[in-house]
Design a protein around this ligand. Structure first.
Ligand code: XLS
Ligand code: NI
Ligand code: NI
Length: 441
């Protein structure tokens, strides 16, 4: 039974590059082979629940702009009935787009209860409902997560809260969300530390809070193994917003934290384009670093405005940048349990139901173009050969010795003097390389 929210639109076809139909794909063709693999299996698209179905269009200066039938008080006042209607419509959208995955926070899918016990009961009732919808549609869960940042109890953080009762409430909530994710066959579990940071040092002990966070994350990993959850635990870095300073600043910071707490082989990264920009990096920097450190997991493919300084969660549309991102992902071997999640929201004036579809269609088409460009760059090989060549000096036995512990500073100094090592600078050829990239995008 269709709710009719999207009118008579039930599926978005692939029509090819010449199409002018706004409700068709021009580049995303799930079965098309790219570098030996189906496009759908490369990209592993997921649509998020929160921005599409829980956020009403509010900003700091105004409230609801989206009038949705599942919002409490619109058509009826029973929150559980509305939560189920919301799920019906969410799954109609996921199915129409033909994405294989979705993602949710507990608070997106279930009504808020008056205490932990009610929250858990509400979540479990909705998880039953989602389980049925997943069986009916074939949709899968890329990741589940807990919202430990919206309710006022979390205003000073969850795992890093000075109040141990809030730490406990957060731990209990995460347990229920890992249980839900496990039950739904989720392929990952995400922790984004929404308010794990601080506003002012005048009331904060950062070392204490970081130790709390380390123990919290270790308990998550212990619990995952205890219940036999095979998915990946992912941390999503972000430098600021909502708190002024967040502990999971960027990939490098989180890696140091994981090492300190013995978690670097247990936890991987969910890297968001917008968060990379907020941290003063490029997206591809964060991807490349995570891959090199062995902690690349998944991506949130929503772009950030380059001027605003806050998290704008826009649908991606910059294909040249996306090509560089998928280039790093392909070089890292592609996704395993991860995927391409749209943690993206409409602009608040885009109030029509089909704006939701059109936004995702555009994002998916851009990802497809980025992926194809990245595969072509690799297939062409000029870029990779240039970089291999740039580092090729390190392949000789003599030079390897400098890194494998066989030589000391004095040995090296002796060698430089004996052989009169007198290197001449070589061009880095940045513009030449940029021109190569531009042949493919
Ligand atoms: C917020 C984050 C959030 C996570 C999930 O900035 O991107 O949406 O992806 O909690
Ligand atoms: Ni974000
Ligand atoms: Ni995100």
């Amino acid at each position: 039974m269709n709710t009719g929210f999207f009118g008579d639109i039930t599926s978005i076809p692939f029509e090819g590059e010449q199409s002018t139909n706004p409700l068709a794909f021009r580049h995303y063709n799930p079965d098309e082979m790219v570098a030996g693999k189906r496009m759908e299996d490369h990209l592993r698209f997921a649509v998020c629940y929160w921005h599409n179905f829980a956020w009403p269009g509010s900003d700091p200066f105004g409230g609801l702009t989206f009038e949705r039938p599942w919002f409490d008080g619109t058509n009826n006042n029973d929150p559980m009935t509305n939560a189920k209607l919301k799920a019906d419509i969410a799954f109609e959208m996921f199915s129409a787009l033909g994405v294989p995955y979705y993602c949710f926070h507990d608070a997106d899918v279930r009504p808020e209860g008056s205490n932990f016990k009610e929250n858990t009961a509400n979540l479990n009732e909705i998880v039953d409902y989602l389980e049925q919808k997943m069986a009916d549609t074939g949709l899968k869960l890329l990741w589940g997560t807990a919202n430990l940042f919206s309710h006022r109890r979390f205003m000073a953080g969850a795992a890093t809260n000075p109040n141990p009762d809030i730490f406990a409430f957060a731990a209990a909530t995460v347990k229920t969300c890992i249980d839900a994710t496990h039950r739904l066959g989720g392929e990952n579990y995400v922790l984004w530390g929404g308010r794990e940071g601080y506003e002012t040092l005048l009331n904060t002990r950062p070392g204490k809070e970081l130790d709390q966070l380390g123990r919290f994350l270790n308990m998550v990993v212990e619990y995952k193994h205890k219940i036999g959850f095979k998915g990946t635990i992912l941390v999503e870095p972000k430098p600021q917003e909502p708190t002024k300073h967040q502990y999971d600043y960027d990939v490098a910071t989180v890696y140091g934290f994981l090492k300190r707490h013995g978690l670097e082989n247990e936890v991987k990264m969910n890297i968001e384009q917008g968060h990379a920009i907020l941290a003063g990096h490029t997206f591809e920097h964060e991807l490349a670093l995570a891959a090199d450190l062995g902690i690349f997991g998944s991506i949130d493919m929503n772009r950030n405005d380059y001027q605003s300084g806050w998290d704008t969660d826009q649908f991606p549309n910059n294909v040249p940048e996306m090509a560089l991102a998928y280039y790093q992902i392909l070089k890292a071997g592609g996704f395993t349990t991860g995927g391409t999640n749209f943690d993206a929201k409409l602009r608040r004036q885009s109030i029509e139901p089909d704006d939701l579809l059109i936004a995702h269609i555009g994002g998916m088409d851009c990802c497809a173009r980025g992926l194809k460009a990245a595969a072509a760059i690799i297939e062409d090989g000029t870029l990779d050969n240039f970089v291999d060549d740039r580092y090729s000096g390190w392949t000789t036995a003599e030079n390897k010795k400098m890194l494998d512990g066989e030589m000391t500073l004095s040995d090296i100094a002796d060698r430089v003097e004996r052989d009169d090592v007198n290197p001449q600078p070589v061009s880095g050829r940045q513009e030449y390389l940029e021109n190569i990239i531009n042949r493919f995008v």
